[in-house]
Design a binder for this molecule. Structure first.
Ligand code: UDP
Length: 383
């Protein structure tokens, strides 16, 4: 067998591991179902020259120096701090909700009172979970918490997940805190940069290595099968490593049922104007059917005159039987995690199979967290 490692999927999990093994002088074969690399980070230029993130906005941020240094080898980056506004009561206010949002939506006297109470109660904090605010004993803080909960989280979450906000795993809600001050950045991480030439180019550079072969538009299950805890490649037992970053339920033929995900209907619109909105992302937590609008020129740092492209995201259910349907977000709850664990137990019995990434591990990973996990896995399993 000519390949030491077979990797399934070319998103950040698969591509990071491919590069690490390739540099270790291992021959790597990547299977990619789609006709392009880079997973959901894939970018393409539209006819109006605006580059868009085909599978929705991907904004890079991390506190992990090792992750950033790893990525830095594959392209130049530009400093980009993500700022989001949300349409609340017909005003555009900073999201995460901060003191400026408070001042825009409350009368001055009341706003001053709430800010003073928050600063006194949470002296040593710069941000706090909305769940802590709604459970606060102080009536003023609690009422403020309920206001933010209702106007920022309740309807957005119901749209995004199609379940009441009370049933969402707290880790999901806590991705978006309330800021105790005027910091209006969406993320507070130390490293906030975007790839200068876009993600697709970054992935091309990462995968450009003589030890890496990529098979595009190929379903791995047409070449690989599992029997009796052994992996077979084109009918022969394969003793190298298989790193699987695809959907784990698909690998095991949905034998315990499909793992539930949320999906998105992504609607791109072109306009012959310079800019459509004042910032890269505007969230629509309430009246609209979409959750947010992204304007890509802000993310790609492009100067395209009088042309712009926006994206509206309409959440929808995921259907594993529909080839067009894309699993974007794992729906984390006890029942689904139990189902995942059944698959995980099967995978564990196969000594040369390794799982990595959002779909293989059924996790709501950020990009940096996936790369961190891939780098750790590499350290664990390299010879
Ligand atoms: N969220 C919300 N209102 C907002 C933004 C986020 O209720 O204006 C909640 C919602 O449940 C969402 C979660 O916070 O699914 C995580 O938001 P994030 O922006 O991190 O989602 P992603 O960019 O991963 O889609």
């Amino acid at each position: 067998m000519e390949y030491d490692v077979i990797i399934v999927g070319s998103g950040f999990a698969g591509s990071t591991l491919a590069r690490k093994f390739a540099e270790d002088d291992k021959k790597v074969l990547i299977y990619e179902k789609r006709d392009h690399i880079a997973g959901n980070m894939y970018e393409e230029e539209r006819e109006n020259k605006v580059r868009v993130h085909k599978y929705g906005p991907h904004i890079f941020h991390t506190n992990n120096k090792e992750v950033f240094e790893f990525l830095n080898q594959y392209g130049q980056w530009y400093f980009y701090e993500h700022r989001v506004l949300g349409k609340i009561k017909d005003k555009l206010v900073p999201i995460p909700f901060n003191f400026k949002s408070l001042e825009l939506l409350y009368e001055q006297k009341e706003a001053e009172e709430i800010k003073a109470k928050l600063l006194e109660k949470y002296k040593d904090k710069t941000k706090i979970s909305i769940l802590d605010l709604v459970n606060d004993e102080d009536t003023t803080i609690k009422e403020f918490g309920n206001f933010v909960y209702k106007n920022v989280f309740e309807n957005y979450t119901a749209k995004q997940w199609n379940i009441p906000v009370s049933e969402i795993d707290t880790s999901v809600i806590n991705r978006v805190p309330v800021i105790l001050g005027y910091d209006d950045r969406y993320f507070q991480d130390e490293y906030q940069y975007m790839p200068k030439e876009g993600y697709t180019k970054l992935f091309e550079n990462m995968l450009n290595h003589s030890n890496i072969t990529i098979k595009l538009s190929t379903d791995v299950l047409s070449d690989i099968s599992i029997d009796n805890n052994k992996i077979y490649y084109k009918g022969e037992e394969y003793k190298g490593k298989v790193i699987y970053t695809g959907a784990i339920d698909e690998l095991f033929h949905y034998q315990f049922g499909a793992l539930p995900y949320r999906s998105l209907n992504l609607i791109f619109e072109n306009y012959d104007i310079n800019y459509y909105q004042p910032t890269s992302v505007v969230n629509y937590p309430n009246e609209e059917d979409y959750t947010r609008i992204t304007e890509f020129k802000y993310l790609t740092n492009q100067l395209v005159d009088n042309k712009t492209t926006i994206l509206k995201e309409y959440p929808k259910s995921y259907d594993y039987k529909d080839e067009e349907s894309i699993p974007y977000y794992a729906i984390i709850n006890d029942e689904n995690l139990q189902k995942y664990n059944q698959y995980f137990e099967l995978a564990k019995e196969i000594p040369n199979l390794y799982l990595c990434g959002r779909l293989a591990e059924y996790k709501y990973y950020n990009m940096d967290a996936v790369i961190e996990r891939a780098l750790e896995l590499y350290k664990e399993v390299r010879d």
